[in-house]
Write a protein that binds this ligand. Structure first.
Ligand SMILES: Nc1ncnc2c1ncn2[C@@H]1O[C@H](COP(=O)(O)OP(=O)(O)OP(=O)(O)O)[C@@H](O)[C@H]1O
Length: 296
């Protein structure tokens, strides 16, 4: 059974586009990423599967339970971090944590303390005194309190400093090791590449691709930058390169054969500088977007 299974989920905001025919399956124990440009429909998808807003059509299940009819029951098993966190200013951090804890009588107090310590929460501060990042940390702690089977995080690293981001990644990896499942929306392609098993790309309300990170990483081609007055665009195209940028005598291009063939092919030219890198997934993700736009 998939932890999240949504089929043809559609949400229209009146005449405005929300999401259309979104299909996503997330397996148990997976860290599943959800990326796409601003306004693509990530938060709408998340809010619909959490039943904060009703779908226009389509349906879905979380842990086998219907996202609309059994939404209350589902909440027992999930932790959610919204993209924007809002709290009453006068409440202290410790009172928020106590309040969250009160919904789950079975939680182990020591575990809660560990979560708060891990995230370095300042328990005696009032929420109004906290920065955005520190508020976000409280929200992450709240989501983790009851050891949820599924964590749904909407841009969780937004506002967190690099050390805290790293800490959060470690927490998510530990969740995965425990067999829990993570659904993570993000704009940070590097974070997604490092953490996720699979990633869905959404654009203009529709899923345009689902990428398996390991497979995609194996398929990455070379990214070559060279400076040479002896070479021109045509010679690069003849080598089988696809030019990304060109500036005077400097060319950056992707090359789909191996390093050895590249060296042999360019050995006839006088080269001043040469940098050969493996294309990273961030470039590949961006490529996906561009290809999609070209096809449209
Ligand atoms: N309450 C609303 N009323 C009308 N339109 C809305 C509403 N909420 C979202 N939309 C529209 O739905 C589309 C998807 O928005 P959504 O917030 O889901 O995108 P997102 O992918 O989460 O974007 P971001 O990365 O900027 O957070 C956008 O075109 C947006 O304008």
């Amino acid at each position: 059974m998939n932890v999240i299974e949504i089929k043809k989920l559609t949400k229209n905001y009146g005449k405005n586009r929300g999401i259309q025919d979104v299909n996503i399956s997330v397996k148990e124990g997976e860290i599943f990423g959800f990326i796409g440009p601003n306004g693509a429909g990530k938060s709408t998808t998340i809010k619909t599967i959490l039943n904060f807003i009703y779908p226009t059509s389509g349906h879905g299940t979380i842990l086998g339970m219907d996202i609309v009819k059994e939404s209350e029951k589902i909440k027992e098993y999930i932790g959610y971090v919204p993209s924007e966190v809002r709290y009453y200013d006068d409440i202290k951090v410790k009172d928020i944590i106590k309040y969250s804890q009160s919904f789950y009588p079975k939680v182990n107090k020591e575990d809660v303390e560990n979560i708060c310590n891990d995230l370095e929460l300042d328990m005696n501060k009032k929420m109004g005194e906290l920065s955005l990042g520190n508020k976000k940390k409280v929200s992450i702690a709240q989501a983790l309190i009851h050891n949820p089977k599924l964590l749904i995080l909407d841009e969780p690293t937004n506002g967190l400093d690099p050390l805290m981001q790293k800490k959060l990644f470690n927490i998510l990896i530990k969740e995965k090791e425990k067999g829990n499942t993570v659904f993570l929306s993000s704009h940070n392609l590097v974070e997604v590449q490092n953490l996720c098993d699979r990633v869905a790309v959404i654009k203009e309300g529709k899923i345009v691709d689902i990428i398996e990170i390991e497979k995609a990483a194996n398929k990455l081609t070379l990214k070559v930058t060279l400076i040479s007055s002896d070479i021109n665009e045509e010679s690069i195209l003849n080598l089988g390169g696809k030019i990304l940028t060109k500036e005077e005598n400097s060319y950056t291009f992707v090359y789909s054969k191996d390093v050895d063939s590249l060296i042999k092919e360019i050995s006839n030219y006088k080269i001043d500088e040469l940098l050969i890198e493996k294309e990273n997934l961030e470039d590949a993700f961006l490529n996906y977007y561009e290809n999609y736009m070209e096809e449209k």
